[in-house]
Design a protein around this ligand. Structure first.
Ligand code: PAF
Length: 284
């Protein structure tokens, strides 16, 4: 695995690999590190669908609205390198701030047609602006044919797809299903901040979503399903920040649930903010 720290090292690494296979397709997996098996499903998808797999690790300050969150975000670079090597990543892009933002953080505006305004957009002001800024910059640096994002960040995936459409960027975006621990807890870099007991408690998020899916067998009323999900947290130490029922395409809140609806949830376990979702098309 080649480690590239800036644009010139990255371009040289891609050129060297393309020299061996001129028609090689570049697949890109952007991350903020603290890699886990969920990220490795992104790498595996990139390996299946492309020839040169580039993974970036960069804890992007412009997408954090809470300085404490940025400070405590888990950083495990040695283990990350090891994991990427074992999983067949070809190039690790490990840039510093100046390589990503050579002219500093410039004003960035994009009209995403409102899909960025609620849920994460409302609770983390400026978050999606920072995500779009960094992802667009990485697309410019890596020039991937396909980029892979986890479905755990459901709204982020929709935002990136919309950004690509609005900016007419020549890249295909692929969403990869959520990877879960045996307990059902969605794999996340932030899980590294949880104790073993908290991890057990946090498994309730998945259970609550499943119980929402069960309620859907009896009613399509979003309020009734929300009440069922909320009731699962009554005797727990977890605090629900929001539960939203959204249309898969527009991401607008719906009152009646159908197979095109996703329930998105954010829960605090201590100080750790955990995000998850489930699509009603998966209800059994
Ligand atoms: O999902 C993430 O880890 C980040 O938001 C991303 C896409 C790598 C941009 O910093």
């Amino acid at each position: 695995m080649i480690i590239a720290k800036n644009q010139s090292e990255l371009s040289a690494a891609i050129a060297a690999l393309k020299n061996e296979n001129p028609s090689a397709k570049v697949g890109f997996v952007p991350t903020m590190g603290a890699l886990h098996p969920g990220h490795m499903t992104l790498i595996a998808n990139a390996r299946q669908q492309t020839d040169i797999v580039v993974c970036s690790i960069f804890v992007n300050p412009t997408q954090f609205n809470n300085p404490k969150d940025l400070e405590t975000y888990p950083r495990t670079i040695d283990a990350d390198k090891e994991l990427l090597l074992r999983n067949g990543c070809n190039i690790l892009l490990l840039p510093d701030f100046d390589s990503v933002y050579p002219n500093g953080v410039l004003n960035y505006e994009i009209d995403l047609g409102g899909i960025d305004k609620h849920m994460e957009g409302a609770f983390r002001p400026g978050h999606f602006k920072g995500v779009c800024m960094v992802v667009e910059r990485f697309f410019e640096m890596v020039k991937p044919e396909i980029a892979f994002f986890g479905l755990k960040d459901f709204q982020q995936l929709a935002v990136i797809k919309k950004m690509v459409q609005v900016k007419r960027l020549p890249v295909t975006i692929v969403g990869v299903p959520i990877a879960r621990a045996e307990s059902g807890l969605a794999l996340s870099s932030r899980n590294a901040l949880l104790s073993d007991t908290e991890k057990e408690e946090a498994a309730l998020i998945h259970k609550a979503l499943l119980s929402g899916m069960n309620r859907y067998k009896e009613t399509v009323d979003a309020m009734a399903i929300r009440s069922k999900i909320e009731s699962e947290f009554l005797n727990s130490s977890l605090t629900v920040e929001y539960i939203s029922f959204v249309d898969n395409n527009t991401l607008q809140e719906v009152n009646k649930v159908d197979a095109n609806t996703t329930v998105c949830i954010v829960v605090y376990c201590g100080n750790v903010r955990l995000i998850d979702n489930m699509q009603f098309s998966e209800a059994k």
